[in-house]
Design a protein around this ligand. Structure first.
Ligand code: 5GP
Length: 190
């Protein structure tokens, strides 16, 4: 996706430890015009699948997910990173966070993710794939089926993409695949 790659080159900042900062247009300040283009591209790539629900994980996935849900006219569910005291009957899975270097629980009400749901999962980044693997576990527990996973940015030099593509039959799509990330220098696959 040319527009996205150009924006990453212009406004993305690469930090130590293989982290790309995109907080001026994706995950702090957000550019809704870019987000709309991102959602249109996801819809193109996943339109052939019989999706019934969009699922994401708070917080950075919510903006692209709701745009996709709006375009497809489907409900959007965000998985929570902390268990709300009032929530019962939940599916829970564990996720290791690469950026925070700790393990946390993710959870979703079985009222909103359940048997019969055919899910498209949307998130901002695919890195080591831990969040995505946690979501796959969560969906399994809730008896929902994941048909597709769409990421705005994949850091292709990390293992998540390979793991998901080799170990699952889920359709995996990333709109910008980063090959290398050095201080203020980003290169893309393709
Ligand atoms: P994974 O579980 O695939 O290792 O990492 C996915 C999550 O970690 C994403 O949802 C994102 O929030 C965060 N993340 C991983 N790498 C980066 C990065 O380079 N930049 C930012 N901003 N977030 C990242």
């Amino acid at each position: 996706m040319k527009q996205l790659k150009e924006r990453i080159l212009r406004d993305g900042k690469s930090l130590d430890g293989g982290i790309l900062k995109v907080d001026s247009f994706i995950n702090h300040q957000m550019d809704p015009i870019l987000m709309k283009s991102v959602a249109v591209e996801f819809v193109k790539r996943f339109a052939h699948l019989p999706i019934t629900k969009i699922v994401t994980i708070e917080a950075s996935g919510i903006a692209p997910a709701i745009m996709v849900g709006y375009l497809l006219e489907l409900p959007v569910v965000f998985v929570k990173k902390a268990k709300p005291k009032t929530m019962e009957n939940m599916a829970v899975a564990q996720v290791y966070s690469f950026t925070k270097d700790r393990t946390y629980d993710v959870c979703v009400s079985k009222e909103f993710l359940k048997e019969g749901d055919k899910v498209l999962f949307i998130d901002d980044f695919l890195a080591n794939g831990n969040a995505a693997l946690g979501i796959i576990e969560l969906a399994k527990e809730a008896k929902a089926q994941i048909l597709g996973m769409g990421f705005i940015i994949e850091k292709a030099f990390q293992e998540g993409g390979n793991i998901l593509r080799q170990k699952t039959d889920i359709q995996i799509e990333s709109l910008a695949r980063i090959k290398t990330l050095a201080l203020n220098q980003v290169t893309f696959e393709d």
